[in-house]
Design a protein around this ligand. Structure first.
Ligand SMILES: *[C@@H]1O[C@H](CO)[C@@H](O)[C@H](O)[C@H]1NC(C)=O
Length: 308
């Protein structure tokens, strides 16, 4: 990254901090966990974290109670999708079609499509509950910096309008396909996705950033879970906080002559800022593998464009 881009990034984060001071800090009224969550129904998996956040698996939640709660609150949910890079156009069509069908069915949803090229948006049947907004993202040199430009762009959109438009916001990569209902059980102040591969592996092998000079460093013997980077969710304010931390981490690393990945920065963030809800690997299954018995119901699958 050259000096000019670095300075611009520093200025950008500084302006983000200034703006955030004036951000509306409203509290979201949440249900009691015991009203809708039955962790004992799934003794075969981890259903609660040490900090008592629920881990959502099929069978643990009562969607009817949740539906009643969220209908009364008349919520709007945002879904920002990053369609950038080589497979953007190819990925976006199945993503949007499947999301239109399975993402928060029956609720007002605004899709924020963040794309780096002006390819035509797939045609989707208009509906009063579904709005699509397309924003151009300048990814410049492409993918080596990770989703730096899309995340910067998302933070600007959160500040200028998304915070006034939605109650909850998800940010997802486009190489995913919804396979069954992704409903209100996933809503919360901060929502993290368990990495489907690492959930079934030993904690001590987690691929956290280990170099002490990196902002993303999680020392050996520490860390809770390994989270996947294809999805984050929460209130717009918390997503903004997450992005600001990520950008600050990138700046810190550049100053130290290092480069860590987006996924490692995300893992550090959730290590320090414990998510209020975790989604099981059912919400992010790699379609190249057949699921183990614990994964009963794949809700979102992803395609990993690996060379065969
Ligand atoms: C629900 O919210 C929408 C948009 O925010 C608004 O247009 C509508 O009037 C609200 N409905 C009720 C019953 O409050």
């Amino acid at each position: 990254m050259n000096l000019k881009r670095m300075l611009l990034l520093v200025l950008f984060v500084f302006s983000l901090m200034l703006v955030k001071r004036y951000f509306r800090n409203y509290q979201v009224e949440e249900l009691q966990l015991s009203d809708w969550f039955q962790p004992r129904k799934r003794p075969d998996v981890i259903t609660k974290t040490d900090w008592l956040a629920p881990v959502l698996w099929e069978g643990t939640f009562d969607r009817r109670v949740l539906e009643k709660h969220y209908r009364r609150r008349n919520i709007t949910v945002g879904l920002a999708v990053f369609a950038t890079g080589r497979f953007a156009e190819e990925n976006l069509r199945p993503f949007l079609h499947s999301a239109n069908k399975h993402f928060m069915t029956g609720y007002r949803v605004i899709f924020y499509v963040m794309a780096d090229a002006s390819f035509p948006l797939p045609h989707i049947q208009p509906s009063p509950l579904r709005t699509f907004k397309v924003f151009k993202v300048d990814t410049g040199s492409g993918w080596p910096d990770g989703p730096l430009e899309p995340m910067k762009s998302l933070s600007e959109h959160i500040i200028s309008h998304i915070q006034h438009e939605v109650d909850f916001l998800f940010s997802m990569a486009a190489n995913q396909v919804f396979q069954s209902e992704f409903g209100v059980e996933t809503l919360g102040p901060t929502v993290a996705q368990l990495h489907a591969w690492w959930y079934f592996r030993n904690t001590k092998n987690f691929p956290y950033e280990r170099r002490p000079a990196s902002a993303a460093c999680v020392p050996f013997g520490q860390g809770d879970f390994y989270y996947g980077s294809l999805m984050v969710g929460g209130t717009p304010r918390n997503i903004l906080d997450f992005i600001e931390n990520y950008l600050n981490g990138v700046i810190h690393d550049i100053k130290n002559g290092l480069h860590s990945t987006y996924e490692k920065h995300l893992n550090k963030y959730f290590y320090l800022n414990k998510p209020s809800k975790l989604l099981s690997p059912e919400y992010s299954w790699d379609l190249a593998f057949s699921p183990p018995p614990q994964v009963r119901y794949v809700k979102v699958g992803h395609i990993s464009h690996r060379k065969l």
